[in-house]
Ligand binder design. Structure first.
Ligand SMILES: Nc1ncnc2c1ncn2[C@@H]1O[C@H](COP(=O)(O)OP(=O)(O)OP(=O)(O)O)[C@@H](O)[C@H]1O
Ligand SMILES: [Mg+2]
Length: 416
């Protein structure tokens, strides 16, 4: 397509160039014709004048023409030239003079400002060629705006070509970006499906192993085993339900059908609950979660389930993306009309380029082919949707290998 486009532009340029060459040739021919006519008219004027005034003298030195002042004025010559040019469609400003090269003398001129241009760039037409007694005199004509005049006629064509080329180039780049975006999306979807299958496989195989064990008549006898297998099954089942819920939730967000059950909730209570659930996972890695509740007013209007999930997702990320000894800080503060919750970790951090994208659906920061940490790339997309649903704000500060800091603002009241 690029080659075709360049080819097309080349042809376009070639056409415009040849069109302008034709225009120029036409212009030259029209000027020549007009000036030949003017020269004839001037000579005829002189002849009729000389016949009337000094018949005898002219008979004596025939062919020597009269002085220009005797039969011609500058304005008369001007209108003569003007008329002839106009007939031929040459409608641009011109300068002229009658020049005698032998004596470098201007016998007639409209203004002395264009002498240099007239001699250097003007077109010359010899006057009184038949007069063999006087040295040659020329009628010079010069068009100061010749280039512009020729261009104005081509302007329309040039403009349309340029606009069309811009349109083509624009749609071409647009198409290309769409194709690349589509490609990235399909890669992300593939990743997602791989991840999902993997995530679902673990609980499914755990459950099926537990079921097998329960089927074993010998094991079934002891009550302890029964209990532990049953709780294992129910735990894994909960995990499966949670994952299914997460995926379904995203579909709901996509359709814009997120349902909010607004009530008075206490953010500090919610945070405390979430920390309780996550504590073990962090402590396994020898890490800790530190909380500092600086907010004196912790009640907000919101949906308890969604806000719990929001806090859970952020804390879960902080833990997941801190490979060694996570130290996670969660701080709340009061702002003028709400609460600011800061969740800070000392994990792998997020690069500048990725920071904008991590809130996109299915986006996960690429770490080569293998992801050590499993996930769907849905968590932050959900978090953002919930924050917006509460008319809050979320922001991120992060540095690679130093850690990340998510700031969430939630207002006391949700204004409609
Ligand atoms: N605290 C953090 N530190 C470093 N990187 C993070 C952090 N939080 C998120 N990320 C990056 O942002 C990406 C998107 O996060 P998100 O929570 O949306 O998805 P996920 O954690 O991969 O999957 P899940 O849907 O299970 O939460 C993650 O894959 C990770 O690369
Ligand atoms: Mg996550």
């Amino acid at each position: 397509m690029t080659i075709a486009l360049i080819g097309l532009m080349g042809i376009q340029i070639y056409w415009i160039q040849s069109a302008s060459a034709i225009k120029e040739a036409n212009f030259r021919r029209s000027v020549n014709e007009a000036m030949v006519k003017v020269v004839q008219k001037v000579e005829r004027l002189e002849k009729s004048k000389s016949m009337v005034t000094n018949q005898y003298e002219s008979m004596l030195n025939f062919n020597r023409h009269l002085l220009y002042e005797e039969f011609l004025t500058t304005s008369a010559l001007d209108s003569l030239i003007n008329l002839q040019l106009n007939i031929r469609g040459v409608d641009t400003r011109f300068e002229f003079c009658i020049y005698k090269p032998e004596r470098q003398e201007f016998l007639m001129e409209r203004s002395p400002n264009f002498r240099k241009e007239l001699i250097e760039k003007g077109r010359a037409f010899i006057l009184f060629q038949a007069d063999i007694y006087t040295s040659p005199e020329y009628l010079l004509i010069y068009f100061p705006h010749e280039k512009q005049f020729l261009l104005t006629e081509l302007w329309g064509m040039l403009l349309i070509s340029i606009i069309l080329i811009i349109v083509i180039v624009y749609s071409f780049t647009y198409t290309i970006t769409i194709i690349f975006r589509q490609k990235r999306l399909s890669e992300m979807k593939n990743d997602f499906i791989n991840n999902m299958t993997h995530e679902f496989k673990t609980p499914i195989s755990t459950i099926s192993l537990a079921c097998e064990a329960l089927n074993d008549k010998e094991l079934r006898g002891s009550g302890d085993f029964l209990d532990s297998y049953l709780s294992m099954i129910s735990e894994e089942n909960k995990r499966l339900a949670g994952m299914a819920e997460k995926i379904l939730q995203t579909a709901v967000i996509d359709k814009g059908q997120l349902k909010m059950n607004k009530e008075k909730i206490d953010l500090h209570e919610i945070i405390t609950d979430v920390i309780k659930n996550l504590r073990i996972q962090v402590e396994i890695k020898d890490g800790e979660i530190k909380r500092r509740f600086k907010a004196t007013r912790s009640q907000i209007e919101g949906d308890k389930v969604h806000v719990t999930n929001l806090v859970y997702n952020l804390l879960d990320n902080a833990n997941k993306y801190s490979p060694k000894k996570p130290v996670i800080r969660i701080i709340t503060e009061n702002a003028s009309n709400g609460i600011v919750m800061t969740i800070e970790d000392n994990g792998i951090g997020i690069g500048k380029n990725e920071q904008k994208k991590i809130f996109d659906k299915l986006y996960r920061v690429p770490t080569g082919n293998i992801h050590e940490v499993r996930g769907f790339g849905l968590g932050l997309n959900y978090v953002k949707a919930i924050v917006e649903e509460h008319h809050g704000k979320i922001s991120l500060e992060s540095e690679v290998n130093k850690g990340s800091k998510f700031k969430v603002f939630l207002p006391f009241m949700i204004k409609e």
